[in-house]
Design a protein around this ligand. Structure first.
Ligand SMILES: Nc1nc2c(ncn2[C@@H]2O[C@H](COP(=O)(O)OP(=O)(O)OP(=O)(O)O)[C@@H](O)[C@H]2O)c(=O)[nH]1
Length: 459
């Protein structure tokens, strides 16, 4: 039942109604006494009416004061806390505010099981939901940044895992991707022997069927502890897809605590959003590869090689470290083309490229510099090291049997070497130029030779 409102204040309305009730009680009370047996002459007098009126007003006033003292502080506290949160939400540092809130500063104490208690508890629930959604928003803002700033598959995967571990109850994670028909671990943190995940039946199931899986206390997955490895409490496997294509999975594990709802949602949304970002990164890396590699031999092309050499030369001059280049050219290649055709010539170029690739150390690269000419960049290698490598290459080419049908084609290479800082050059173009001069000398003095610039040394 709704009592009509008289003013803008519910408390003032309540006070007025209590006064009216006081007047009615004051008027009715003498008649009640008459009915009870008191003589009319004593109670139906104006003095008695005055006394009962005063008593009625006092009861009204007291009841108003009691309500004000009991209910009003609770409502006031609730209102103040709500105002605080409303103001906090408008400020950028709400997250600091929410940290304070977790220290019980913003929650209401639930002191009763009536409407006031129910309001306090509803307020607490609302606040918790608000803080949780605010934290989610923060995490997703960071994740959006990670996705938009990383076009490399590896860094995108690593950053996603870092964020997942720092922002949720996830303690270890891995991202597994389908690459060239096989599943590879692209990024991982905290999982013991993550490569075993690629054989785990549940993981494979999630990848093949694109279905999320959740395992409690898995038998074959172990986390890396400080001193030893241990079984996780829960492992989540979320498929990563783009337009129905299964790109891989995100594996996430909680160590000591079970994951909460927020972690669950975050994980699910991360995996879902990652599909698009990963697809973009995969396309990007494909284009990067196309732009950097030579289509025939699958070694770097000249444009990439020159850019890389410029960087390496800059570093070598800054740090005064060694850097050598090797120019390799197939001898009498024109004859191979003329005698056996261009396709056989192409096969010979591919063969030489594969021999060069096999001789490389980590960090060194092979570049197809021209038609049948290759450049090798050897970081940290002295002229002597480069001469050794070149000599190995020359021998291997000479010893490799190259056949076309039942014909054996003998292939040899001439090699020119130039090593910095033994040979002082102002830039990387001059370094190549000197190696080219050494190569020319090798060709001029009989071919199937290795010559280093600045030495008359023919190996
Ligand atoms: N099959 C094939 N031939 C190529 C390619 N690029 C360049 N050539 C050929 O390679 C030959 C290079 O010949 P030359 O520069 O005269 O050198 P050469 O015959 O190897 O003789 P030397 O270097 O002096 O030992 C030319 O006939 C080019 O047409 C290629 O991608 N495939």
């Amino acid at each position: 039942m709704q009592i009509p409102r008289l003013t803008k204040s519910i408390f003032l309305d309540q006070f007025i109604y209590m006064q009216v009730v006081g007047v009615i009680i004051g008027l009715a009370f003498p008649h009640f006494l008459v009915w009870y047996g008191f003589p009319e002459s004593e109670v139906l007098t104006w003095e008695f009416y005055l006394v009962t009126q005063i008593a009625g007003q006092m009861v009204g006033l007291l009841s108003f004061l009691m309500i004000s003292m009991v209910i009003r502080p609770h409502l006031k506290q609730l209102a103040l806390k709500m105002q605080d949160i409303a103001e906090g939400l408008q400020e950028k540092d709400f997250i600091d505010y929410s940290v304070k809130c977790h220290e019980q500063l913003c929650t209401m104490e639930v002191l009763s099981n009536d409407e006031i208690g129910v309001s306090a508890s509803a307020y607490n629930q609302l606040l918790a939901a608000l803080l949780s959604s605010h934290e989610n928003e923060q995490v997703f803002n960071k994740f959006t940044k990670v996705m938009s700033q990383n076009l490399e598959v590896e860094t995108l995967s690593e950053e996603t895992i870092n964020l997942l571990i720092s922002a949720t109850k996830i303690e270890a994670a891995a991202i597994l991707l389908y690459k060239n028909g096989e599943i590879v671990v692209e990024a991982t943190q905290g999982i013991f022997h993550p490569e075993t995940l690629t054989e785990h039946t549940t993981v494979l199931d999630a990848i093949n069927k694109g279905k999320a899986q959740r395992i409690t206390l898995p038998k074959h997955i172990q986390l890396d502890g400080v001193l030893t490895q241990f079984t996780p409490t829960e492992v989540f496997i979320e498929p990563i897809e783009f337009k129905g294509t299964h790109l891989g999975v995100m594996v996430a594990a909680t160590g000591s605590e079970m994951a909460d709802e927020r972690t669950n949602t975050t994980l699910h949304l991360f995996a879902r959003s990652m599909g698009l970002a990963l697809n973009n990164a995969l396309i990007h890396s494909k284009f990067q590869r196309l732009a950097a590699y030579d289509g025939l031999t699958n070694v770097y092309n000249r444009r990439f090689g020159m850019a890389r050499l410029k960087e390496d030369f800059g570093r070598a001059t800054r740090e005064q470290s060694a850097l050598s280049v090797i120019m390799v050219d197939i001898d009498h290649f024109k004859k191979i083309n003329d005698n056996y055709g261009h396709l056989v010539g192409d096969k010979a170029i591919i063969l030489i490229a594969s021999i060069l690739k096999k001789t490389l150390r980590d960090g060194d690269i092979v570049v197809r510099y021209g038609g049948e000419e290759f450049l090798m960049i050897l970081q940290g290698a002295s002229t002597k090291d480069a001469l050794d490598v070149s000599e190995r290459i020359r021998h291997q080419v000479q010893d490799t049997i190259f056949t076309e049908g039942d014909q054996r084609i003998d292939i040899t290479v001439s090699v020119g070497v130039c090593g910095f800082p033994e040979v002082q050059v102002p830039d990387e173009v001059m370094l190549i130029d000197k190696a080219d001069q050494a190569l020319y000398q090798a060709k001029q003095t009989g071919r199937n030779k290795v010559i280093a610039y600045g030495t008359a040394l023919a190996a």
